[in-house]
Design a protein. Structure first.
Length: 442
């Protein structure tokens, strides 16, 4: 609760926290929009495959010519990681392999790393966090994204002495969405393809939110950061409004839908017939907590909390998340407190690739939000036991055999070229998983 005052001190001392941003897309642009009003923070370097596009992003969000002139625009993320003036690197490319490479480069250069790239975190985050700790720097999930906001709610609940029954986020979900491709995604967002194109919106990226992939990735990150359990056969996406959170998201033994207390889950803003849920949580995050004593249970009632029928379970939630507009919290927390706004502590959940349709040998997989696969959340133990293919490695790899629609792909189903991302994933499994690695040595 003192980040602003700490930032003011750095500003007064003439030592603002200097940031290197990798990726000037929507998230990065939203962060840049906040910069003129932030104290004690400066963006010194912006790395993007198209530096001119990054420069244009600064102008679009309202940067003055003087601010643009003193910012270095480069094409190499590695250059941002090793720049001598940088204290914190923000990785916002959204590409898992690039995220791993950039995180390791930042760590090697003794820079704190804020991982907007939750895709990379779900693939190898526990390993990256351990490497950062060994180097004496902070590896952090990005505030503004839902995983970090859930981590904050879970930490608050546990610090107050409550048991966490469930935690997660809201989204727009129907079972049919798992089969949606970039060709038909915009109808589900109420846009025409021309409108989306004029807005610079990437259909595959937006489809990854719709088809369930991003929910799986984000819940894997939350499970790994908050040491929460994962549903045995994927997220249930129950239709649920904020008033029903404590009634629904508790163990079946207590009358809810979860296998047990202490799990992640995503709630949908749509009933299964497409009707809107009353008081939905589409844009927000939540935690369901359990009163530890009869006295606390009575306090829930006295102070007007919405509870389950027993009165033992209640929910806290934030109805919105502001993406890059909130990113400064992570940057300041890492630089001024040496603290992460969420980071993985183990390997509990994994986002694995599932065939969207019948796939044939010789086809190339196209990763998150594409035409071939969607991402499903499963327990890490199951992923490893079945040799499942992580969704973060299901891009530009060739199928070796036919795979039926709805089937989880295995690492043995694809020709997996050796890469830093594959090696990092393999190392993460060896260090953090209780069972043999799913990705055999090539």
């Amino acid at each position: 609760m003192n980040l602003h005052h700490l930032a003011l001190r750095r500003a007064a001392a003439g030592r603002p926290v200097r940031v290197g941003l990798i990726g000037a897309g929507k998230f990065g642009s939203m962060f840049l929009a906040q910069m003129p009003g932030m104290s004690g923070v400066e963006v010194a370097v912006i790395a993007d495959l198209d530096p001119e596009r990054a420069c244009a992003a600064g102008r679009t969000v309202g940067w003055e010519a003087a601010r643009i002139a003193k910012t270095a625009f480069v094409a190499s993320g590695a250059e941002a990681c090793t720049h001598p003036e940088i204290e914190v690197v923000v990785e916002a490319t959204g590409v898992p392999a690039a995220g791993i490479t950039h995180a390791r480069a930042a760590i090697a250069a003794k820079k704190h790393i804020v991982m907007v790239n939750v895709d990379a975190d779900a693939l190898a985050g526990p390993l990256l966090a351990a490497e950062a700790q060994a180097a004496g720097v902070v590896y952090s999930l990005a505030y503004g994204d839902q995983p970090a906001l859930v981590c904050e709610l879970v930490d608050w609940a546990r610090a107050c002495g409550f048991e966490v029954a469930a935690a997660g986020k809201g989204t727009k979900y129907l079972p049919a969405y798992h089969a949606v491709t970039p060709d038909d995604v915009w109808a589900h967002y109420g846009l025409t393809p021309d409108e989306a194109r004029r807005g610079g919106m990437n259909p595959q990226m937006f489809n990854s939110f719709l088809d369930g992939t991003k929910s799986a990735i984000e819940m894997a990150a939350i499970a790994n950061a908050c040491e929460l359990a994962v549903p045995a056969d994927g997220l249930n996406f129950p239709p649920c409004g904020v008033d029903d959170l404590p009634q629904l998201l508790r163990s079946r033994a207590a009358g809810g839908i979860l296998d047990r207390d202490g799990m992640v889950e995503v709630v949908s803003c749509l009933e299964r017939d497409g009707r809107p849920v009353f008081r939905d949580l589409r844009w927000g995050v939540y935690v369901v907590l359990r009163a530890p004593t009869e006295y606390a249970r009575a306090c829930f009632k006295e102070y007007g909390l919405k509870t389950d029928a027993s009165g033992w379970y209640a929910a806290m939630y934030k109805p919105y998340h502001l993406i890059g507009l909130e990113l400064g919290i992570s940057i300041l927390s890492a630089a001024l407190r040496g603290e992460a706004t969420g980071q993985p502590h183990g390997f509990r959940g994994d986002a694995v690739a599932v065939a969207k349709r019948a796939l044939r040998a010789g086809e190339m997989l196209d990763g998150e939000g594409g035409y071939t696969v969607w991402g499903k959340l499963v327990p890490a133990e199951r992923s490893l036991a079945e040799g499942a293919l992580p969704i973060g490695l299901a891009h530009k790899v060739e199928l070796l055999r036919d795979v039926a629609a709805g089937q989880i792909l295995r690492c043995s189903d694809v020709r997996m070229p050796e890469s830093e991302a594959v090696r990092a994933r393999r190392d993460m499994e060896r260090r953090f998983a209780p069972k043999p690695a799913a990705i055999a040595a090539q």
